[in-house]
Design a protein around this ligand. Structure first.
Ligand code: MN
Length: 438
């Protein structure tokens, strides 16, 4: 994100919100322990609309107000605080650099917000994320509406800004795609470095360090989610993040890691052999997941539903599981009864963008369950495609040769006008390409 991208995002949001006022907070610094803090990462909606990366700020969109449309409340300049904790843009920078029409110190929020809300018929604000701010928003609107006999009116309706904003975030602009491509390129480099680093005896965290180090070295913010570096049976724990066991000769290594670049994250999984060669059993299982993943990626195009991507992947996986004697019966029987969930318990895709599990509705109104149907894909959407198969070491029902193998293969796929573009296609994926890395 940069300031000109954020300006375009704001213009789009402002034209969609019409009248009304919108309030978007970013987060505060969070205590890690005692007097240390987690590294700050801005709220995604706030970041999308402002490109402002400091904590303790609130963006207000008030198109009807003299201060508006874009008002930014920020931490004021403070030479002593800045000496200790870093530079601040201050109210001067909020207007000069970040394009606010008006800026105020964050301390003025309670005093000035009622003025900005006055006369607006509706308030766009996401409740339930910050109880303290929820309470203050309620107090501001209640105070205004208490003066209704004097002709003063505050917003009577609170609208979740997601209805507008998350729809916008779902469709990536060419500038946003540039950032996702950059995140993908760094992620490619990191996954190759991981293959280079892995060997029998190497501890999972050493691979994690190579990956996360590559992200930072190349200018990324770091991993967009905690890197999963799982060897052997650990790959069967879907969100394994302990990353503290040695990789063993003959095991596979599942790496689920994506670089966050300027706020946009990749999300990529590869599963490669610790010693450079897939064993026959590993290869059998791997080819099933790969065939499923490739079929599902190939299926992505405008007009097909989000759910159908999962269905394509699942059908291929179940066919493979029957072939491997993990399941018995027909493909349809197993899909109908859900027996596959023992080995494939998650869904195949999610939206991707500023958040790894990005915003945007997966269902739209239609003649389905609860009046909803799976949404059709459209150009500009980005989704992951990530089938897997997980056979735990403890599974005494599974053929012995397959036990202790967990595989997931994940790419990031852009829906284009005439099909799709796999943004992470360069990262080695076929058995031949992966083995050629050694
Ligand atoms: Mn994912």
């Amino acid at each position: 994100m940069n300031t000109s991208m954020a300006a375009a995002h704001r213009a789009r949001f402002l034209s969609a919100m019409e009248d009304g006022v919108a309030v978007f907070p970013t987060g505060p610094e969070r205590v890690r322990s005692r007097d240390t803090h987690y590294k700050f990462r801005p709220d995604s909606d706030f970041w999308y609309l402002t490109a402002f990366a400091e904590p303790d700020a609130v963006a207000v969109f008030a198109p009807h107000h003299d201060d508006g449309p874009f008002v930014l409340f920020v931490r004021p300049r403070d030479p002593e605080m800045e000496t200790w904790n870093g530079r601040r843009a201050g109210v001067e920078g909020a207007t000069a650099i970040y394009g606010a029409d008006t800026a105020y110190p964050i301390e003025k929020l309670d005093e000035l917000l009622p003025k900005l809300l006055k006369g607006a018929d509706r308030l766009y604000y996401a409740t339930g994320r910050d109880p303290d701010l929820d309470r203050r928003v309620h107090a501001w609107t209640a105070a205004l509406n208490a003066k209704s006999r004097d002709g003063v009116l505050g917003p009577r309706t609170v609208v979740d800004p997601a209805t507008i904003l998350h729809e916008a975030r779902l469709f990536k602009t060419p500038e946003e795609l540039e950032l996702l491509r950059k995140a993908a390129a760094i992620t490619d480099e990191a996954h190759r470095a991981a293959i280079e680093a892995v060997a029998p005896g190497v501890i999972e965290y050493e691979v994690e360090a190579v990956v996360d180090g590559t992200f930072r070295r190349r200018g990324g913010w770091g991993p967009g989610y905690t890197t999963i570096a799982a060897s052997g049976d650990n790959a069967n724990i879907l969100h394994y993040v302990n990353n503290d066991q040695p990789a063993r000769d003959g095991d596979m290594f599942l790496l689920d890691a994506g670089c966050e670049y300027m706020g946009y994250t990749a999300d990529v999984t590869r599963t490669f052999p610790v010693s450079g060669r897939y064993s026959p059993a590993q290869r059998e299982l791997y080819e099933v997941v790969l065939a499923s993943q490739v079929a599902a990626v190939e299926h992505v195009r405008p007009g097909v539903t989000f759910q159908s991507v999962h269905e394509v992947a699942l059908r291929k996986l179940v066919e493979g599981m029957i072939g491997l004697e993990l399941l018995r019966g027909t493909v349809d029987e197993n899909i109908e009864s859900g027996t596959f969930r023992k080995y494939y318990m998650h869904k195949t895709s999610h939206w991707l963008g500023i958040d790894v599990h990005d915003v945007g509705c997966y269902h739209v109104d239609g003649e389905g369950e609860n009046g909803k149907v799976s949404r059709a894909l459209e150009p500009g959407m980005v989704l992951t495609v990530e089938p897997g198969l997980y056979v735990t070491a403890a599974d005494d029902q599974a053929p012995e040769r397959l036990r202790g193998i967990g595989i997931r293969i994940e790419d990031d796929v852009l829906v284009t006008a005439d099909g799709h573009e796999n943004l992470t296609a360069a990262i080695p994926k076929t058995v031949a390409d992966v083995e050629a890395c050694w």
